[in-house]
Design a protein around this ligand. Structure first.
Ligand SMILES: [Zn+2]
Length: 173
């Protein structure tokens, strides 16, 4: 693994850990533009009671704020921004990433229930009319640690669940 990718994924995992510590599904991400971190997001769904506040959506808003503050064109910035995220983006986030024209997504584990980059739908790579170009996905970075955190979360959420049930939820978001 490339040294910088390792470093970015490390930061994303730390964001996921922060989500876990705040009672959120542990997913964390980073938006990196020309080697500069513009955004660090994590799930905020439970705290905000807003089901759309996934790590990636939070990060998109931060990038837009950054563009506004630095008088940059968001189209140009997103076109040169990579997303590093601990779990495969869900269908909603994959669609948003595609519409924002983010060219590259590096992620940890699969999202079997809602994954939009191959697991459930192929929003990253399908030919979809009027929704921009496909984006590149690189999967599997630090996947075991990402899964481990999800397991911890679901164990906390439902400590009385029979073991087989807990196991089934291992890598769902
Ligand atoms: Zn999502």
């Amino acid at each position: 693994m490339e040294a910088t990718t390792e470093a970015w994924m490390d930061r994303a995992l730390r964001m996921a850990k922060e989500a876990l510590e705040n009672g959120e599904v542990p997913v964390g991400c980073l938006m990196v533009y020309k080697n500069e971190i513009l955004a660090m997001g994590r799930n905020e769904v439970n705290e905000t009671k807003n089901a759309t506040r996934h790590a990636e959506m939070v990060a998109i808003d931060q990038v837009l704020d950054w563009c506004h503050q630095h008088d940059k064109d968001p189209d140009e910035v997103f076109a040169h921004t990579a997303l590093y995220v601990t779990v495969e983006p869900c269908i909603m986030c994959a669609a948003a990433l595609r519409m924002m024209k983010i060219p590259l997504v590096v992620y940890g584990c699969q999202n079997e229930r809602f994954g939009g980059c191959g697991s459930v739908l192929n929003i990253s790579s399908d030919d979809l009319i009027g929704t921009g170009e496909p984006f590149q996905c690189i999967a599997g970075y630090r996947a075991e640690e990402a899964v481990e955190m999800l397991k911890t979360f679901y164990r906390q959420e439902n400590p009385n669940a029979p073991k087989s049930k807990v196991r089934k939820k291992e890598c769902s978001k």
